[in-house]
Design a protein around this ligand. Structure first.
Ligand code: ATP
Ligand code: MG
Length: 420
């Protein structure tokens, strides 16, 4: 026998049993974001490697070690997207969109990062991203918090904490960087290899370290919050006051710096303690300088990304049952004649009852085995085409989830029954 073929480690299939849940979550997110006037966009899965390097920053985990990149025959390096903001910014610039006014957009899809696969961390995973271009006001930052807060409520999620911080202006960060280098240099013997490198390239990123041995050192480091520029401090105060107005609880986490290089001012994460180490299910921040850095006109921007696999793990962990609003009909057709007829009937049912799921069994077992399959499919009704029904040009409806009596009628009356 040949060797069984297998998927690549860290890249998952969506199995039929999980498809309703994924569909429900994706629809809930898209409906909510659309209802706030955000437009759904799509960008390619592949971009020039340079697009990601410039946007995300050289001294980041993603660019240093997580990207899937290759060379084309003309020597150009391309990469699978590790996140969505870079491509979205590239699109905004290429199509000159911010010139037309504020752009509020969202997108969903697969992202690729070469990480060590574990629960909540995969090599192909899915994000829904949301970005706003052309608005500096902290009201927009607060709007993103309001939308995500509503989303958790709509999905029935509990135990999520909003952590916020501010990274100030580029200038404030530059002078803080020197203070930080001095501090970590004094404790060089406690730094791991990664952090020693970051001390040279990007010392702020040391805060992003997941090494538990270094947490005390990190906790005692000087805080950026104490070295903020005036405008950023004011922006942060406004952001907090809007959150208070909206009655959204938050905690300030001065160690929150985020993994990407492009952020300034507001940064935030929605975290949970229910998922172990992979507890961040949504993260983002402001990136006012990025559009210009990528070759566009100066355009203030803010955005976030939700990790869908982690969101689904959390729904499962919190045992949240999603209401399935679609009713379903299972057609019981225990003879050849009934099967032929059932094709026509199913077509009519699909036309008349677009919100129903119609299962048209093609196996033609006994009554009993077909009813068993209807139960397994969790159908609400059986539509029976037995010999008697066929002879009288009728159908029978048997409710499968209540004790209500079986009804026999014409097809038109049956459709009327389902419509009510
Ligand atoms: P982490 O610190 O967990 O590595 P990150 O800072 O790299 O996260 P972002 O780039 O901000 O993550 O991505 C936004 C969200 O996407 C994360 O909060 C998480 O929910 C999800 N995410 C990121 N990387 C992965 C991955 N490898 N597998 C599954 N989900 C991921
Ligand atoms: Mg990461």
């Amino acid at each position: 026998m040949s060797k069984k073929i297998q998927a690549i480690r860290g890249m998952n299939d969506l199995l039929p049993k999980d498809s309703d849940l994924w569909g429900y979550v994706e629809r809930t997110i898209a409906d909510l974001f659309s209802s706030y006037g955000y437009k759904n966009i799509r960008t390619p899965l592949v971009e020039k490697t340079d697009t990601f390097c410039r946007a995300i920053g050289q001294a980041t985990d993603i660019v240093e070690k997580e990207m899937y990149s290759w060379k084309e025959s003309n020597g150009e390096s391309l990469s699978l997207r590790p996140e969505g903001t870079a491509g979205c910014v590239r699109m905004m610039i290429e199509h000159n969109l911010p010139r037309e006014g504020i752009q509020k957009v969202f997108y969903q899809g697969a992202m690729f990062r070469h990480e060590r696969p574990q629960k909540g961390r995969y090599r192909q995973f899915h994000q829904v991203g949301l970005e706003v271009f052309g608005a500096a006001d902290a009201k927009v930052d607060a709007e993103l918090m309001m939308m995500t807060h509503s989303l958790w409520q709509n999905l029935g999620l509990k135990n999520l904490t909003l952590e916020i911080n501010t990274l100030g202006s580029n200038e404030a960060r530059a002078s803080y960087r020197e203070i930080l280098v001095e501090y970590f240099s004094m404790h060089k013997n406690q730094l791991d290899e990664d952090s020693l490198r970051r001390l040279e390239t990007n010392p702020l990123r040391i805060f992003d370290s997941k090494n538990s041995d270094m947490q005390a050192l990190i906790n005692n480091a000087p805080k950026l919050m104490d070295h903020l520029d005036g405008d950023s401090a004011k922006h942060f105060e406004q952001f907090k006051s809007y959150l208070n107005c909206l009655e959204i609880d938050f905690v300030i986490n001065t160690r929150l710096v985020r993994g990407l290089d492009y952020y300034n001012r507001t940064v935030f994460e929605w975290t949970t303690t229910d998922l172990g180490a992979q507890g961040t299910i949504c993260a983002g921040g402001r990136y006012d300088g990025l559009v210009e850095k990528m070759g566009g006109k100066p355009t203030k921007a803010v955005g976030l990304a939700i990790g869908l696999e982690r969101l689904l793990l959390l729904l499962e962990e919190q045992e949240i049952q999603l209401a399935n609003d679609k009713l379903s009909i299972y057609m019981i057709t225990p003879s050849d004649e009934a099967q032929i007829k059932s094709m026509q009937i199913a077509t009519k049912l699909h036309q008349e009852l677009p919100n129903f799921i119609i299962y048209n069994d093609i196996t033609m077992g006994s009554f009993k085995s077909q009813f068993k399959k209807a139960d397994k499919a969790n159908a609400d009704f059986a539509l029976i085409l037995g010999e008697e029904e066929l002879n009288n040009n009728q159908v029978s409806i048997k409710p499968l989830k209540s004790q209500d009596k079986q009804l026999t009628s014409s097809l038109d009356e049956a459709i009327k029954f389902f419509k009510d």
